[in-house]
Design a protein around this ligand. Structure first.
Ligand code: ZN
Ligand code: FE
Length: 233
């Protein structure tokens, strides 16, 4: 049967994601109702489930409106239930949700942040933890927590596609040039980004294999990256 992951541009630079498989549709983060509802209408999909990565408004703002419009169930972290919209189902990191979705603990950006890994689809929805060519800002967690989070995500198979919560690819790539990443891979990606922008195509959904070449946070173990960051190892 048809399986599709559809990035939906929301707000200024957010991505929410619709996952349609086996006739059911899930939404990862509820950033803005209008573009999500029009994507559902265009595809003829009925929203069943909303999964939340963390409590920030740009990821949860549209929950109430989407629930009213679609009757979808809302799923989020038990530890953050007090600051998430009302949940129909609360999970713990390590839980396996219906549809083969694994909840990975991913603190750093916030302490309750999670990522959703769908092994059957070689996909991980990372929101503001590991991002395209970078990582999320530390609002609540420590650098150690984000380091552990990135290591946990980096342990997934190389062909896993990373679907993050924002389109920061260009700015992150500009930052990455400071850390001596693979010059050929970097140049190729720098040339590709404006083409994607011109065509209105998403920058998200890169593989871990390509992030391992481009993303300095997946390259901390390399002496030249540590040296460029001013760290002697
Ligand atoms: Zn956030
Ligand atoms: Fe965000």
């Amino acid at each position: 049967s048809q399986i599709e992951i559809l990035p939906v541009r929301c707000l200024k630079d957010n991505y929410a994601y619709l996952l349609h498989a086996n006739g059911r549709t899930a939404l990862f983060d509820a950033s803005e109702a209008a573009p999500i509802l029009s994507a559902l209408t265009e595809r003829g999909w009925q929203l069943d489930q909303i999964l939340l990565t963390h409590h920030h408004d740009d990821h949860t703002h549209a929950v109430a409106e989407l629930v009213t419009a679609t009757g979808a169930n809302v799923t989020g972290a038990a530890a953050d239930a007090h600051r998430l919209p009302p949940l129909d189902h609360a999970f713990e990191p390590g839980d396996r949700l219906p549809g083969g979705v694994e909840v990975l603990d991913a603190p750093g950006h916030t302490v309750g942040h999670v990522a959703f890994h769908v092994p059957a689809l070689h996909a991980v929805f990372t929101a503001d933890s590991l991002m395209t060519h970078g990582c999320g800002r530390l609002f609540e967690g420590t650098p150690d927590q984000m380091f552990e989070t990135i290591a946990r995500l980096d342990a997934l198979p190389a062909d896993t596609r990373v679907y993050s919560g924002h389109d920061y690819a260009a700015a992150n790539l500009a930052f990455a040039t400071r850390f001596a990443p693979d010059p050929a891979a970097l140049a190729e990606r720098q040339a590709a980004l404006p083409v994607l922008a011109r065509k209105g195509l998403p920058t998200t959904g890169t593989t871990l294999a390509s992030e391992r070449l481009l993303n300095p946070y997946l390259r901390c173990h390399l002496p030249q990256v540590a040296a460029a960051a001013g760290l002697a190892i």
